[in-house]
Design a protein around this ligand. Structure first.
Ligand code: AVI
Length: 325
């Protein structure tokens, strides 16, 4: 496991301060889920991925273990030499299988993991060459799109971009369309994009995944309040907020809320924020898709679906798209 991301002290003018206060002052209160991942949040997310109810990681792992050979065949047939760019690789446990297959096939590729965390990148640069000797690896620390632009200046080779782990689900559908269009603009005609989608399935299975019995997902959500207490001198009482996950099988939107259990006033960096009893704070969206909806997303953002990799339960899909001219 990667050592957790150093959060650093946050001051009044930071993006964290503004995002948190803007969210808490909005008419419908919300907090950005990207801030879940401090040191404790990283640890809790690792525990979530091992929870019996949280199936997405296991499903995608099965795809990578069982089908990396087919992926590697498609990738090498696509281009004799390419840049393999991974957005948000984490500890690369899933993409590792693909990297190993590409090495076995003597594919001419350079792996460019891009992550906002320096810890993730330096961990990969140290660890991957040990288990994948000879790998050509160039880690990039920063924002996805900015760093993708940089890859172009390092090498003119075609790009194959990986965006796995159902991270696209943490965007609303309109935001996902916008993001895929931005990826399109940072790729060349013919380049490939592999995206992981958690698929629609029985609503109970989905809801349980965000409401595990051990209460880890609950702790994961509440931890953001603890982080705000620590970094923004706030005084949230986490006992006065309840984790409330929802899933709408119609739209495929799985949303987590924290519900205020009392009329209360909380102070964040000296600013008072009032909550009514039963008022909801929207914490996270984990959008679920049908395969047809993934194809619509491809069409709306300038890609053509090429191949779909499914796990044996058909609960998760890694879809391979080609960038259209
Ligand atoms: C990172 N992301 C894809 C996870 C998800 O399923 O939305 C984050 C998560 N939130 C609660 N459990 C897992």
């Amino acid at each position: 496991m990667i050592p957790s991301i150093a959060v650093g002290s946050t001051h009044r003018h930071s993006a964290f301060y503004h995002d948190i206060l803007d969210g808490l002052r909005a008419e419908s209160k919300h907090l950005p889920s990207k801030y879940f991942y401090d040191e404790t949040g990283d640890r809790l997310f690792q525990q979530i991925m091992n929870c019996p109810e949280y199936y997405p990681t296991r499903c995608e792992m099965e795809i990578m273990q069982e089908q990396s050979k087919d992926m590697a065949r498609l990738f090498t047939a696509h281009s004799p030499a390419f840049n393999l760019v991974e957005l948000g690789p984490g500890d690369a446990t899933k993409s590792w299988f693909l990297l190993r297959e590409l090495q076995r096939k003597h594919a001419a590729f350079t792996y460019y993991p891009i992550d906002i965390s320096t810890n993730v990148i330096s961990w990969l640069e140290t660890k991957l060459p040990v288990t994948l000797p000879g790998i050509r690896l160039h880690g990039l620390n920063g924002e996805y799109l900015e760093k993708m632009q940089q890859v172009k200046s390092f090498s003119p080779n075609p790009k194959i971009v990986l965006f796995m782990g159902a991270n696209i689900g943490n965007m609303t559908v309109p935001r996902a369309i916008q993001f895929c269009r931005q990826l399109h603009d940072h790729m060349q005609p013919g380049d490939l994009l592999l995206i992981g989608f958690d698929l629609k399935k029985h609503p109970r299975t989905i809801l349980d995944a965000y409401n595990d019995r051990q209460g880890i997902t609950r702790a994961f959500n509440l931890n953001l309040l603890t982080r705000i207490n620590r970094e923004l001198d706030a005084d949230f009482n986490t006992d006065l907020f309840e984790h409330y996950p929802t899933y709408d099988p119609g739209t495929g939107a799985c949303k987590s809320y924290l519900i205020s259990l009392a009329d209360q006033t909380v102070h964040v960096a000296g600013k008072a924020v009032s909550f009514r009893e039963n008022e909801a704070v929207h914490m996270e969206i984990s959008q679920k898709y049908s395969l047809e909806e993934t194809a619509n997303l491809a069409a709306q953002s300038g890609f053509q679906p090429v191949h779909t990799f499914l796990d044996s339960k058909k609960w998760f899909a890694d879809v391979l798209w080609q960038r259209l001219p």
